[in-house]
Design a protein around this ligand. Structure first.
Ligand code: ADP
Ligand code: MG
Length: 598
């Protein structure tokens, strides 16, 4: 599946093609004569251009050579690089802050950020630089102290503090931040919503969600435009000439006005800009590679490896070594030794009391009451849209309920109870309580930029405060128990759906939840992969953890469920043992539903 060598041996031969007694056929790669002609033509044109450039004495290459490493030019170059580095660094830091403010839940922060971007994108850089340069006229001194009192810690002349260089750095930073903020926000918006849900369900703190889950994935969208912006900045620094700051281009202008060798000196500037651009492109390539971890099933080889491969025939796909080895049937390697029971926490009891929830006019949950005993397995059935997912999400407070409450071992997840009043808890406290409830999603929602192992250890380390060694040892054990002993280093995209879902189960189990929620865990899987996931859940069902499972797998429900719940239009129509619900259902709607899915 990964190897595409130029010549390969084919073992499988379609029926009907006579082999002539040979077991293997040779494959000859397709030939593209037009491409060859195009390449030759391009080379001729390039040669003609180079020839004219180097044979025409008016280009003045001797003057070029004289000035290329001249001291004032290098000083100007240094200033350009410094301004670019400082402007880009501070601009991106400020821009990240602005973007996070913009997507934060706070309307105040979001509008402040919006206002900043609106203002700074409107003001031309040159105007901004001039205003900063004339700040000394507006404010003669800059004082740090307590506002509206006489207390001051220091006071300086504005012109003394705000040198042209400082004005240039501040101006470039302020301008850059406005554009970077939008680029970063675009990156953040490109991250799948499921990633945030999964991070929240694991109880990861907000800051950790941002730095570990969202920004690394956003980087893939941010980097190409971000580097465009930096390259633009490197050339845009020439704008600071109005502050009489001799950066590269301004220096060049000064020189050619004196010696009138315009073209050679412009060439000096051009070649230096080419060098800067090449270095930046090289850096960009490597940073992009770093952040593309797990984004592709078979990551492309690095430039060096690619070059080496090109010249060593027969070609070997370099990716073969990087892609995790694919295993044979997963069931075969499932650890049969100790059961999962040893690794999971004791189950908790869930009480759902009179819970209602509406989205606008639509009542999605309508006075639901249900008791789920500790260590039991509850299967929830019902048509699409009947409110099953909403109920599960309410249990771990991913969804707020409008009325009623849900308690786990007597503790409310989203609220503090005092008498008859429920006080909603802060996000941070909810995240802490949520760790008692694990969740497995229909679409797995594994973090694609982290390996299977990293997915599993993330929350135990950052939420439960385990040491890395402990977490890794336990994660290996869990992965082995779900039959993925040799997949620890694979990225989610290198795994089959069934394998991904089993990693997701291991990830939820690593937090030792009292209750584990499954929302249609096998619905996104091909039929032949359903069994391997159900097998893991069956094993869990006997382990003592409380399980609540939304599924359409009736056979599975019959086998493992202690109680079966049938929902319709936000209400529970029927609760009972599998025997009662499947064989002697009380409600005709249940019978109709079962007739459809069985
Ligand atoms: P199920 O999981 O049983 O298929 P859900 O709990 O996902 O059903 O949804 C129940 C109903 O609530 C559906 O009609 C769905 O369209 C609606 N719904 C779910 N989430 C939202 C939301 N965030 N906003 C508006 N409607 C929603
Ligand atoms: Mg659903």
């Amino acid at each position: 599946m990964t190897l595409v060598p130029a010549f390969r041996q084919v073992d499988v031969v379609p029926e009907g093609i006579p082999l002539g007694g040979k077991a293997h056929l040779r494959i000859v790669p397709a030939k593209y004569p037009a491409r060859t002609v195009g390449t030759v033509l391009s080379l001729v044109v390039i040669f003609a251009i180079l020839n004219s450039v180097f044979s025409n004495p008016r280009w003045g290459w001797d003057v070029f050579a004289e000035w290329f490493f001249a001291e004032p030019v290098l000083a100007g170059l240094g200033r350009t690089l410094l301004l670019t580095a400082l402007g880009a660094t501070f601009g991106f830091l400020l821009g990240t802050g602005l973007a996070l403010a913009r997507v934060s839940g706070s309307p105040l922060l979001a509008s402040l950020s919006w206002g900043y971007v609106w203002l700074l994108r409107s003001i031309p850089l040159i105007v901004l630089l001039l205003i900063l340069n004339n700040l000394g006229y507006l404010y003669e001194t800059i004082t740090l102290g307590v506002p509206f009192t006489d207390i001051s810690f220091f006071s300086y002349q504005t012109t003394q503090l705000l040198t042209p260089f400082a004005a240039a750095v501040i101006g470039l930073t302020l301008n850059q931040a406005a554009f970077c903020s939008e680029i970063i926000r675009g990156g953040i918006l490109s991250v799948d919503q499921g990633q945030l849900e999964a991070a929240a369900a694991l109880g990861l703190p907000k800051s950790r969600q941002a730095t570990r889950i969202v920004l690394p994935q956003a980087m893939r969208a941010i980097l190409p435009t971000g580097f465009n912006e930096i390259i633009g900045l490197a050339k845009g620094t020439s704008m600071v000439y109005i502050l009489a700051l001799p950066e590269l281009f301004y220096t060049i202008q000064i020189i050619y006005r004196r010696n009138l060798e315009v073209i050679p000196l412009l060439m000096v500037a051009t070649v230096w800009y080419l060098v800067i651009l090449s270095v930046l492109s090289f850096i960009q390539h490597h940073i992009e590679r770093h952040y593309s971890k797990g984004a592709l099933r078979n990551p492309p080889p690095s430039l060096l490896t690619a070059a080496l491969n090109r010249f060593s025939r027969p070609r070997r796909a370099a990716t073969a070594a990087q892609a995790a080895p694919r295993s044979a049937a997963s069931g075969a390697q499932r650890a049969s030794s100790a059961s999962l029971a040893a690794l999971v926490a004791a189950g908790g009891e869930v009480s759902i009391e009179g819970v209602s929830k509406s989205f606008g006019a639509l009542k999605v949950l309508d006075g639901i009451s249900l008791h789920i005993p500790a260590g039991s397995v509850t299967v929830i059935l019902g048509q699409s849209g009947s409110g099953k997912s909403t109920l599960l999400r309410a249990i771990n407070h991913l969804e707020r309920v409008d009325d009623g409450f849900i308690a786990i071992d007597g503790e409310l997840i989203g609220y503090r109870r005092e008498g008859d009043t429920l006080y909603e808890l802060k996000e941070r406290e909810i995240l802490q309580r949520r760790v008692d409830v694990g969740m497995v999603f229909q679409n797995f929602n594994l973090f694609p930029h982290l390996t299977a192992l990293e997915n599993v250890i993330e929350a135990p380390i950052s939420v439960r405060g385990r040491t890395r060694d402990e977490a890794v040892a336990e994660a290996h054990e869990l992965l082995a128990r779900v039959g993925l002993r040799d997949k620890a280093e694979a990225y989610p995209r290198q795994l089959s759906g069934g394998q991904q879902q089993r990693v997701a189960i291991a990830r939820a189990l690593a937090m030792k939840p009292k209750v584990l929620l499954f929302d249609e865990p096998t619905s996104a899987l091909d039929p032949e992969l359903v069994g391997e996931v159900l097998a893991v859940i069956k094993e869990l069902a006997r382990s003592g953890t409380t399980l609540v499972i939304v599924t359409h797998e009736i056979g599975f429900a019959r086998e493992v469920a202690d109680q079966v719940v049938f929902m319709e239009q936000g209400r529970i129509l029927e609760v009972g043992t599998p025997e009662q619900v499947f064989n002697a259902s009380q409600h005709h709607r249940t019978r109709e539903f079962l007739a459809k899915v069985l």
